[in-house]
Structures are given as structure tokens and as C-alpha cells.
Design a protein around this ligand. Structure first.
Ligand code: GLY
Length: 281
């Protein structure tokens, strides 16, 4: 089958200008150019989502890796997770500091017996694996911290189905900004990131609400039980909206159907499939 890749750069308020939209679509296009050929050459969905999220983490336009938001004690703590739908295997790291690419640690943990590590343990494992360290602080986020700006969302993610029909999801975040130190978001949990043999989902937005709705795992299990992707996503978001749900998601099923949807004003996403590239508006 023709492979499909969908990536996102977070959900939140409306894009302010045409120039900002252009800057984001240029960035998303360069990330699709990097990661989609992996799938076209027969590579795995796991590798494609890993490479896509690494590139999103490296771009300070997004709140993950470089450019992550700062917690209320002045530290940046990042979280990421990855799930291999074929093996139903999940790995992640929570609140890790100074790591260049938290998603690389999550990927490495997929092959370990202890697959979700936090804080100092995650850092020790990254050191053992000789993963590159880097300061994620940027002037933009330092200014937001000084203004004590508490954000609502900010995540990056990717979902893919490869030529063999294998699904994978990866998600990474710098958190909300000015949150209580060591808050755990949805991104390194199965609410924020999930894949099985039927569907892959990466969520973004208000982390507590995403956890309360068990977003990604609920949708994947519903698709496994025979629901249509569009229907399952629409129902979950409609139910969440009634309770003020402030989040969105990207998803792909094993036939390559894509769904991108949000309860927020904007979801930043792009996709690549047999018909070419598509972008958020
Ligand atoms: N979804 C990212 C967060 O709430 O931190």
C-alpha cells in the first residue's frame, strides 16, 4: 500500500498572520521532505515518525526539544513517547532535562525492559546511551517565562502507516509553560500517543483534559472494534467540547485514511500521501 505520514506542531490559538502561516508551512514541508521518503523507500512507520519528531524538536518554532517552554521554577523539562502499533509496544520519557532529542530516548527505550523513565533516571539512561545533550532554552521562551506566561498547549507529533501496513505514533512536548515543576503532561502517556494494528493517534492541547478523555488509546481501540476513524474522532471531540475540551489530534488508520481535528482555534499539521502534501489552513 501507499504509505502515509501526518505531522503536527501543536494546537491552540489562531495563526496571527499570513507570514507566520508561511513560516510554519515551510518548516512542515521540510520535515515531510525529510521523513516521507523513508516510507517511500520501504522504511518503517516507526522510523518515519521518529525522524519527523526529531526534526520538529530541532526547530525552535515548536514547543518541544529546542524551544520548549519553561516550568515555574525556571527549568525546562521535556517529555516524549513513541508507540509501535504492530508490536503494541510503548516507550517514553517524562520531565527530562538538557537532552537534545527526547524522542531519541523514547525510541531507544522501546527495546528495554523498563520502557518509561522519568527525571534523573531518564537522564542517566540518555547518558548511558550517549545521546546528545543540548540546552533547549531560547530567547523567545525566556521572555515568556519572565512575563510569567502560562500556556495552554504545545506539542509536536507524527503518525504513519508504511507500505506493509504497520502503524506508529510519536509525540514530544515542552509542556504548558510556567506549570508546577515536574508536572506530567499527556504526551508521554497512552492518552497522548497510541498506536495498534488498526490506528495511530498523536494528541495535542490541554494535557490534563487529554488524559481525562484517554484520547489516543480510546480512538485506536474504537477503530480496532470496527468504528470509522472520522466517526470515532468526531464523537470524542464532541463529547469533550461539552466539558470545555481544549485539544486536537492527528490520526491515520491502516488503510491510510487521515483525520486531523481540533476543538481549539487552530491545529498546525501537514500530511503526505499518494496525492501529495496537504497543510492546515
Ligand atoms: N499536551 C501538552 C501538555 O499539556 O503539556
Amino acid at each position: 500500500m501507499k504509505p502515509v505520514l501526518v505531522i503536527h506542531g501543536g494546537a491552540g490559538s489562531k495563526i496571527r498572520s499570513l507570514e507566520q502561516h508561511r513560516e510554519l508551512t515551510r518548516s512542515l514541508e521540510s520535515i515531510l521532505n525529510l521523513a516521507y521518503p523513508i516510507l517511500l523507500k520501504g522504511g518503517s512507520s516507526l522510523e518515519a515518525v521518529h525522524r519527523a519528531v526529531m526534526a520538529l524538536e530541532d526547530d525552535s518554532l515548536y514547543n518541544a526539544g529546542k524551544g520548549s517552554k519553561i516550568q515555574s521554577d525556571g527549568q525546562i523539562r521535556m517529555s516524549a513517547s513513541i508507540m509501535d502499533g504492530k508490536r503494541r509496544r510503548f516507550a517514553g520519557c517524562m520531565n527530562v532535562e538538557d537532552l537534545k532529542n527526547p524522542i531519541r530516548l523514547a525510541r531507544a527505550l522501546l527495546n528495554e525492559p523498563d520502557r518509561v523513565l522519568s527525571g534523573e533516571g531518564a537522564r542517566q539512561m540518555a547518558k548511558k546511551l550517549k545521546l546528545p545533550l543540548a540546552s533547549p532554552f531560547t530567547d523567545h521562551q525566556i521572555a515568556a517565562y519572565k512575563a510569567r506566561r502560562r500556556g495552554k498547549s504545545g506539542t509536536v507529533g507524527a503518525v504513519a502507516v508504511d507500505t506493509q501496513g504497520r502503524l506508529a505514533a510519536a509525540t514530544s512536548t515542552g509542556g504548558r509553560g510556567f506549570e508546577f515543576p515536574f508536572r506530567v503532561s499527556d504526551s508521554p502517556t497512552i492518552a497522548g500517543n497510541f498506536a495498534n494494528r488498526h490506528c495511530a493517534v498523536s494528541a495535542t492541547g490541554h494535557g490534563e483534559q487529554i488524559v481525562e478523555c484517554a484520547v489516543a488509546s480510546t480512538i485506536c481501540r474504537q477503530i480496532e472494534s470496527g468504528a470509522r476513524l472520522e466517526t470515532a474522532v468526531a464523537k470524542l471531540l464532541k463529547d469533550a467540547r461539552r466539558e470545555g475540551g481544549d485539544f486536537g489530534l492527528i490520526a491515520v488508520d491502516r488503510r491510510g485514511h487521515i483525520c486531523t481535528s481540533t476543538n481549539t482555534a487552530c491545529l498546525i499539521w501537514a500530511s503526505a500521501d499518494q496525492s501529495g502534501y496537504s497543510y492546515f489552513r
